[in-house]
Design a protein around this ligand. Structure first.
Ligand code: FES
Ligand code: FES
Length: 164
């Protein structure tokens, strides 16, 4: 059985027929060409597949595409828009938070809303809050110190911009 659904992915709308069992992650990669979406564990443990579903981080390996009919989805390809990198992407570069292509997109998509929330609240999060915010994202091989530093840097830049 195939079901017709319409998804808006990074601003582009498309209607397609999918089997009910197809994962959102697979549809994003194979039907929309969003190769930044990665499947690491395929059972909700690593966070590699995180995208934004109607503005909220969501594990695309635990989401069926048919559940998203009519939804707006953002992948790492659209983070920051077409003009410039998101402040968190810039901080990942400067603070050595960039790691491999599997885990990094998930960290960015999980933490970008967190940074935006902290800037909106006009406060710097405690280290424990940062680590809690990214506790659903796993790196199997490196560490998290650069990512924590990148979040701090991004929040600092955001707060400075707000104060300017
Ligand atoms: S691939 Fe989705 S959480 Fe690991
Ligand atoms: S899983 Fe990406 S650097 Fe460890």
């Amino acid at each position: 059985m195939m079901i017709d659904i319409t998804l808006e992915v990074n601003g582009a709308s498309k209607t397609l027929s999918v089997e009910p069992r197809r994962l959102l992650a697979d549809v994003l990669r194979h039907e929309f060409g969003m190769s930044g979406v990665h499947i690491g564990c395929a059972h909700g443990a690593c966070g590699c597949c995180t995208v934004h579903l109607d503005g909220t981080p969501r594990l695309s390996c635990l989401t069926f595409a048919v559940q998203c009919d009519g939804a707006s989805i953002r992948t790492v390809e659209s983070l920051g828009g077409s003009e410039a990198d998101h402040v968190l992407q810039q901080a990942f570069k400067s603070e050595h938070g960039l790691q491999c292509g599997y885990c990094t997109p998930g960290f960015l998509m999980t933490l970008a809303p967190f940074v935006e929330e902290m800037v909106a609240q006009k406060r710097m999060p405690e280290e424990g809050e940062i680590r809690e915010a990214m506790s659903g994202n796993i790196c199997r091989c490196t560490g998290y110190q650069g990512i924590v530093a990148a979040v701090r840097k991004a929040v600092t830049v955001g707060l400075d911009a707000g104060a300017a």
